[in-house]
Design a protein around this ligand. Structure first.
Ligand SMILES: Cc1cc2nc3c(=O)[nH]c(=O)nc-3n(C[C@H](O)[C@H](O)[C@H](O)COP(=O)(O)OP(=O)(O)OC[C@H]3O[C@@H](n4cnc5c(N)ncnc54)[C@H](O)[C@@H]3O)c2cc1C
Length: 487
């Protein structure tokens, strides 16, 4: 859904830059609290990377495919009255597969509980014994560690390379040798800090959960775990939030280009930008008390260059994994496999660039638009194969197609109905990212960073962080701190 302009006010209490799901949620929460805000988005649509399209009657997600059930997002959905739009993943979603050419198995069913790792052919004898010794792992004294090294210490190399590296490439599209465990898996990091062994940490957490009474405001009629989407796709969420916002407080096709402090005694920001709605772009400026930057790292870094040059430099260095996303229609008769599950992952050391695929029409039935076809989304490149991600190049797309044909044993070539290339798809939190997170937090609430490069990449995380940010801003309204004045 695209929108037209509001008249830009000369001043507001809160300016939110970027109308991805983070910025939109922040705007919605600010509106609820009666904060005088303005939301400015560079594109002529809201939702950021959330993008649902229809091609040949198939419903495609070029960005996120689903959301993880978490309290914040479920509360927001209930508040927006979207319960009847939510669709839980089909019961087949619990079937997940790994491509294991080393075992001569194209689609090996993943264990559905930790014990099955011991009984299934997933790991060799040595790998299984190593897994069982996890309980003796000692707490590390390091301040941070790569997910790869952390996992090798706990579970051994075989599990790390064949299971964890594949699983995390499905979420972060990252090379786990470059991904900080402390920042990307903070709960797991805490388990080690408190218990040493992750198994012990998980058991302690479970005990705590059982003894905690359920939240009284848990919305009814909504999935309580796992993943979900919406009948008309993920764009339902940004579209409905946008529809609830005061139209005078949302500007699309407006790019913020500069952020500085005003010279007045009263602490304020001066914001400058370009209004690109007409064929004749106009400059604009306004002042505000508080700013939320809900953009990707490169834009955030540019915007704060004049305010904090050092932090700007650090943010600009956050690496991103590039990703190719190809949507395919696969004739059901062309494969002996049922494609009855969430999808498959390929351990990176056994892949040639294809990270894995989601079986969309099995996950959310009806998505292919024709019962004779499966809809499959392939993910290519990521942090391990950055050179393979640009599937606008024919040889890279053909390589990915040949890999998927091998995995699914297709007798006829699939139809490619859409391709998307993200040069900067998902941030990879580097080692030591926690110290950047602290610095960034030190600027809040007058300057809050809400991009997914800061803390949490999932849609559900972005919503929880946005709610927290507005909570903090609401508490500190009109009381500038000495910290911020002396930035
Ligand atoms: C291919 C892909 C698949 C994914 N799959 C999943 C999934 O299945 N489940 C899941 O939970 N997460 C998934 N993610 C991650 C998740 O979608 C994102 O982390 C999240 O949507 C990011 O939201 P955001 O609001 O932080 O940023 P964005 O969506 O990136 O929005 C930032 C906005 O800021 C705007 N902007 C930038 N600069 C300026 C400026 N100067 N002035 C004004 N506006 C500006 C941009 O135009 C953009 O609209 C996926 C991501 C990708 C790329």
């Amino acid at each position: 859904m695209t929108i037209s302009c509001c008249i830009i006010p000369q001043s507001v209490d809160l300016l939110i830059i970027g109308a991805g799901i983070g910025g939109l949620t922040a705007a919605y929460e600010a509106q609820k609290k009666g904060i005088k805000f303005l939301l400015i988005e560079a594109e002529n649509k809201v939702g950021g990377v959330i993008n649902t399209i229809t091609v040949d009657k198939a419903l495609l997600e070029t960005g996120p495919n689903s959301c993880l059930v978490k309290p914040g997002i479920m509360r927001l959905i209930a508040e927006l009255g979207l319960e009847d739009q939510v669709i839980g993943a089909s019961r087949l979603a619990k079937n997940r597969y790994f491509h294991r050419p080393d075992l001569g198995i194209n689609l090996l069913a993943a264990p559905q509980d930790p014990l099955q790792f011991i009984t299934s052919p997933f790991l060799g004898l040595k790998g299984k014994v190593r897994l069982l010794t996890e309980v003796f792992t000692r707490r590390s004294t390091a301040n941070d560690e790569s997910v790869h090294d952390f996992s090798c210490r706990h579970f051994g190399e075989e599990f790390t390379n064949n299971v964890l590296a594949a699983m995390l490439s499905g979420v972060w599209a990252a090379n786990i040798k470059n991904l900080s465990v402390r920042s990307s898996l903070p709960v797991i990091w805490d388990w080690e800090q408190t218990c040493g062994s992750l198994l012990k940490g998980a058991l302690t957490q479970r005990k705590k959960k059982i003894s905690t009474p359920p939240a009284p405001d848990k919305p009814a009629n909504l999935p309580t775990r796992g993943i979900f989407s919406f009948k008309n796709g993920m764009c339902t969420l940004p579209d409905i939030i946008m529809a609830k916002l005061d139209k005078n407080r949302l500007m699309t096709s407006g790019k913020v280009t500069r952020l500085t402090r005003t010279t007045s005694d009263d602490f304020r920001w001066k914001v400058e930008g370009i209004d690109q709605q007409s064929s004749n772009p106009q400059n604009f400026s306004l002042v505000c008390r508080q700013v939320i930057i809900a953009t990707e790292a490169s834009a955030a870094s540019t915007l704060i260059r004049e305010i904090d040059h050092t932090l700007s430099g650090e943010i600009s260095k956050i690496p991103y994994a590039p990703l190719g996303v190809a949507h395919l229609l696969v004739n059901k008769k062309s494969s002996d496999y049922q494609l009855d599950g969430f999808g498959f992952l390929t351990p990176p050391h056994l892949s040639q660039g294809l990270l894995g695929a989601i079986f969309n029409s099995s996950l959310f039935p009806g998505r292919s638009g024709d019962e004779a076809w499966h809809l499959v989304t392939c993910f290519i490149g990521g942090g391990t194969f950055p050179e393979m991600a640009d599937i606008r190049e024919k040889d890279k797309l053909l390589s990915a197609l040949s890999q998927i044909q091998t995995v699914l044993q297709l007798k006829e070539a699939p139809h490619v109905i859409n391709t998307t290339f993200y040069p900067f798809a998902i941030p990879t939190y580097p080692l030591g990212h926690y110290s950047l997170q602290r610095k960034v937090d030190g600027h809040a609430p007058h300057l809050t960073f809400l991009g997914n490069w800061h803390r949490g990449v999932s849609v559900s995380d972005r919503i929880e962080e946005a709610v927290k940010a507005i909570e903090a801003i609401g508490l500190s309204r009109y009381t500038p701190t000495t910290d911020v004045r002396s930035l």
